[in-house]
Each structure stands twice: as C-alpha cells, then as structure tokens.
Ligand binder design. Structure first.
Ligand SMILES: C[S@@+](CC[C@H](N)C(=O)[O-])C[C@H]1O[C@@H](n2cnc3c(N)ncnc32)[C@H](O)[C@@H]1O
Length: 239
C-alpha cells in the first residue's frame, strides 16, 4: 500500500518527512547527531527535571534525552503526522515504518527502536512553538534544535522558549542556519554568524555556558540522496 503513494499525492510529502526522521530514530539506521549533541551540551538533569523539546519532529532528540537522563520530556510540533510516529516509537515495540526506496517509492520495513525508552517520561502534542501550550516558568531545560531557522517568526519562538524557563533554566540550542526564505523571510533571520547569535542571545538575557561547532546532521532522503548540514549549538542559561 505504501508503494502506491505517488509523488503527486498529498500524502507523499508527510510520508517522506516521516521516513527521514524514522530512519534516524531506528536502531539500525541511527543518526549520531542527536547523541553527539547531547554528549557535548546536555546538562545534568535530575529525576524531577522537566524538559520541553520545541519543534520536536519525530522526537529524535526527546528520545535521546529520555535515554540519557531521568527527566520527563514534552515534545511539541505542528506536524501531527510526525507526532503520531513519535508516539508509536515511544511504545518501544517493533512496528512497520515507511522507508524510501527511491525518489518515487516507499516500502514498509519493520522498525526497531533502540531499547531503554520509557513512554511514561515522554509526551508529544501538536502545538505551535510561537504560542506554546505551557505556563511560563514550567521547564528546567527548553530545546530549540534545528527549528529556529524553520519557523516564520524565529524571534517570537526564542522569546517564548525563554519565557518557559524556570529561574536558572537552560536552553539547548542548535541550528544549521539554513534559513529557508520560503518559511522565514530574510528580514526576520536572527543571525548567520556566531557573533550575531551572541547578540541575539544577550538581548534575551541568555549567557552561553558551552558551545560546539560543525556537528554533522545527516538527513537520508533516499538511499542515494542525503542532505548534510553543519550545525552549531549552545547550552545557554537564563541570567
Ligand atoms: C528541521 S525539523 C527539526 C525537528 C527536530 N527538532 C529534530 O532536530 O529532529 C523542524 C521541525 O519544526 C517544526 N515546526 C516548524 N514550525 C513550527 C511551529 N510554528 N510550531 C511547532 N513546530 C514547528 C516542523 O514541523 C519540523 O518538525
């Protein structure tokens, strides 16, 4: 049935996005980016810590954080289709996932998620990062990973993220700065250099605790088409 989804079908785009992120999530096609990012920047989080993953996609980062820390993680995204896959993955059992064979076809493949997931510590909801459904000061850590350059109003998304932090709360930020002009008009781009990001974060009352540059984030579109991004990241603290 998946093979019958033609490129012109409205289902093709959502399925293609899901296939990319599910491949990165699967035990076999694991993408090292999320682990490397956490290795470099994830702070120590205790059992009572609350994390919000804004623009979580299929939950790749949320899963990685939940594996590494006893915290609870709430992921929000506008893409309800991706979130449904994230919820299935969180159940921790094998399921059939779409796999891209080539530019025009999918197959269904059994997907094994790496063990160690605790669905009870993960929650996903369809919501807008520009108007998140959480009260101010609710989280110890808010993540904005590969998302600020993908929203129409990145300044609003960043301000909302900071508002969600408890005193001394932290932001885990990462971005390829790929700024798709169709999504984010150039006049709203926040920064394209490290010095520019320094100014943006300072304006929001955020100080940089740790930083990393040149992490590779690979999105496997088809077996023969991969997109490779260079991502910079920071752990920031609300002053
Ligand atoms: C490039 S993906 C990154 C996903 C995830 N953070 C990761 O690194 O795997 C950007 C995500 O932002 C989501 N997104 C874009 N605009 C959004 C908005 N206004 N509110 C919530 N999510 C949004 C998209 O649906 C997409 O899943």
């Amino acid at each position: 049935m998946l093979a019958a989804v033609a490129p012109a079908s409205p289902a093709f785009g959502p399925l293609a996005r899901a296939a990319i992120f599910l491949r990165a999530l699967s035990a076999d096609g694991e993408e090292p980016f999320y682990g490397e990012l956490c290795e470099a920047l994830l702070p120590d989080l205790g059992p009572a810590a609350a994390v919000a993953d804004l623009g979580c996609g299929a939950g790749n980062l949320a899963f990685e954080i939940a594996r590494r820390a006893p915290a609870t993680v709430a992921g929000i995204d506008l893409d309800a289709h991706l979130l449904r896959w994230a919820e299935r993955a969180a159940e921790g059992v094998e399921f059939e996932a779409p796999v891209r064979i080539d530019a025009g076809r999918f197959a269904a493949s059994p997907m094994r998620v790496r063990p160690g997931l605790l669905a009870s510590r993960l929650a996903f909801a369809a919501a807008n990062v520009l108007d998140p459904p959480f009260g101010p000061g609710s989280f110890d850590l808010v993540t904005l990973v590969n998302v600020l350059d993908a929203v129409p109003f990145p300044a609003v998304a960043l301000r909302q993220a900071v508002a969600l932090l408890r005193p001394d709360g932290q932001v885990l930020f990462a971005s390829p700065d790929s700024w798709n002009g169709g999504t984010t008009p150039p006049k709203r781009w926040l920064a394209t250099t490290e010095a520019g990001w320094d100014r943006v974060f300072a304006r929001e009352g955020l100080e940089t605790l740790r930083r990393i540059d040149d992490l590779e984030w690979r999105l496997r579109d088809t077996p023969r088409l991969h997109h490779l991004y260079r991502v910079h990241g920071r752990l920031l603290r609300k002053r």
